[in-house]
Ligand binder design. Structure first.
Ligand code: ATP
Ligand code: MG
Length: 247
């Protein structure tokens, strides 16, 4: 039985890599429509692996995942169709270097969604305004700063009209002065009601934008609560230790 009540419903996810590395060791999680969930946790705790399982970039050993009311392991659910509904922004911006900013944003709409070029350009222009770099439409990625490239990556993901956005340390490769501009865009997208799962250690962003924060430790979610509750947590010594390190 699928449950349309949740945007994401993961049950008992296990993922074991060769050499018996238990990257996900029984993860269960519900994410509401419109919810912003931030995931924190030490390096190697399974955050990226978890995000990657949600759009089947990573297969799992056992468990069940429903996205937007659809069982993603159902044979009828094609990974490409699933991924069309999910926008993903990684640590390293993966823009096409040989395409302009405008072409980077419109290529998916034109080639995959078969939207005509004028409409695609119009929509991309709106998105470029939203991320604050409409004046860069005709330049190539190498002519942009890291923060600007990451904002184009967000605009490109939004152009596909995703119903869920996944961010995996989208700001951690950026110079400090560019982190804020990317987080501002992410916060704006969150405020517009997008369902988001965001792996980040930017706690100011989490406090401002997250409905809940999940703490991962050794392949498990060991705490999940509001930002206030997570930051005030006094029982989970791993969480306390983790928070003291990132502050
Ligand atoms: N392709 C892979 N093959 C083998 N082991 C892997 C692979 N990808 C991840 N792992 C292992 O799985 C565990 C979880 O990795 P994952 O990348 O999900 O952690 P993470 O929480 O995202 O860490 P970080 O904060 O460093 O990005 C780690 O022990 C990692 O070494
Ligand atoms: Mg990671």
């Amino acid at each position: 039985m699928t449950d349309k009540k949740y945007a994401v419903r993961a049950r008992d996810i296990y993922k074991v890599y060769p050499n018996d590395i238990k990257a996900l060791n029984g993860v269960s999680l519900n994410v509401d429509y419109g919810e912003v969930l931030v995931i924190i946790g030490a390096s190697g705790s399974g955050k990226s692996t978890f995000l990657r399982t949600l759009n089947r970039l990573e297969e799992i050993n056992s468990g069940s995942i429903e996205i937007l009311g659809t069982n993603i392991f159902n044979k009828k659910t094609k990974p490409t169709k699933l991924r069309a509904k999910i926008g993903m922004v990684f640590q390293h911006f993966n823009l096409f270097p040989h395409l302009t900013v405008m072409e980077n944003i419109t290529i998916g709409q034109i080639k995959v969604q078969k939207i005509n070029k004028k409409n695609a350009v119009d929509m991309a222009t709106v998105l470029l305004k939203k991320v604050g770099i409409v004046e860069k439409a005709d330049v190539y990625p190498e002519q942009l700063s890291g923060g600007q490239q990451q904002r184009v990556a967000i605009a490109r993901a939004l152009a596909m009209k995703p119903q869920l956005m996944l961010f995996d340390e989208a700001t951690s490769a950026l110079d400090p002065e560019m982190i804020g501009e990317v987080l501002d865009v992410m916060e704006k997208v969150a405020k517009e009601g997008m369902t988001m799962i965001v792996v980040t250690h930017e706690m100011d962003f989490a406090k401002a934008a997250a409905d809940r924060i999940a703490f991962m430790d050794q392949g498990k979610i060991t705490e999940i609560a509001t930002p206030e509750e997570i930051l005030a947590n006094d029982n989970n010594s791993q969480l306390k230790q983790f928070l003291s390190k990132i502050h």
